[in-house]
Design a protein around this ligand. Structure first.
Ligand SMILES: Nc1nc(=O)c2nc(CNc3ccc(C(=O)N[C@@H](CCC(=O)O)C(=O)O)cc3)cnc2[nH]1
Length: 235
């Protein structure tokens, strides 16, 4: 399994990444190597698309400047072949019955400048919820604000860019202080060669050396000495 070139077992992703000739508009940067199909990328540009029947306009029409970021997020989420280091199994018993996907991404390091631009462009919009994954009223075909959550100013629901990027998709993203082009954060926007491969390489290395050090530690530390520390996990 190649963590640097794979697709998550989500709702719409392909089983393996590969070239796609005809990706649509904002998703075209992924055409050389993508986890999405052409159809998915067309849907990504629609309101209430069949992808998730998700209604961006749940508190009045979302502004075009804001919506383009959500379209780009959808392209990134559906098409990225370099999310391997952040893919996690969805444990149906611990989390809510999250049956619409088998895997998710957790803490993908998003570039500070992209997150801030996204938030700036949505500042004058409205929403009723900070987590858009859960708790909607689905009694009609699309999501509506549930009873008791009123539409509020974007900046009231999300006081900072960090709060928006991290909360909106249940910590899919981790806000960083790195800038696009640094090779230390994932970019939703790019043209030409996908800059996220080397970012995935960097974080994959870091994860591997951390788990190597942990295994050394476990190998050489007598279990009895660890008992007091193990109490942390029992109490
Ligand atoms: N970056 C990124 N990360 C994501 O995880 C992501 N996820 C979606 C998918 N969005 C959604 C939103 C709501 C429901 C939904 O059906 N919510 C139900 C609960 C479903 C369940 O937990 O089983 C609800 O209660 O509202 C599904 C997918 C779209 N873009 C993303 N973009």
């Amino acid at each position: 399994l190649d963590k640097l070139n794979m697709c998550m077992d989500g709702k719409h992703q392909k089983t393996a990444p590969g070239p796609e000739g005809q990706l649509f508009l904002q998703c075209t940067p992924w055409r050389d190597n993508a986890c999405c199909t052409a159809n998915t990328t067309e849907e990504a540009h629609e309101d209430n698309s069949y992808l998730y029947n998700f209604n961006w306009n749940h508190c009045g029409a979302m502004s075009p400047s804001c919506k383009r970021h959500f379209i780009q997020d959808t392209c990134f989420y559906e098409c990225s072949p370099h999310l391997g280091p952040w893919i996690q199994p969805v444990s149906t018993w611990a989390e809510a019955p999250d049956s619409w996907r088998k895997e998710r991404v957790l803490n993908v390091p998003i570039c500070k400048d992209e997150c801030e631009q996204w938030w700036e462009d949505c500042k004058d919009d409205f929403t009723c919820k900070s987590n858009w994954h859960k708790g909607w009223d689905w009694s009609s075909k699309v999501n509506k604000c549930p009873e008791g959550s009123k539409c509020r100013k974007w900046t009231e629901v999300f006081p900072t860019p960090k709060s928006m990027c991290e909360e909106i998709w249940s910590n899919s993203y981790l806000y960083t202080t790195h800038l696009k082009g640094s090779g230390r954060c994932m970019q939703l926007w790019f043209s030409g060669k996908n800059p996220n491969r080397e970012v995935a390489e960097y974080y994959n290395q870091a994860q591997q050396s951390r788990s190597f050090l942990l295994s050394l530690f476990l190998l050489f530390t007598p279990r009895l000495l660890m008992l007091p520390w193990m109490n942390n996990f029992i109490f």
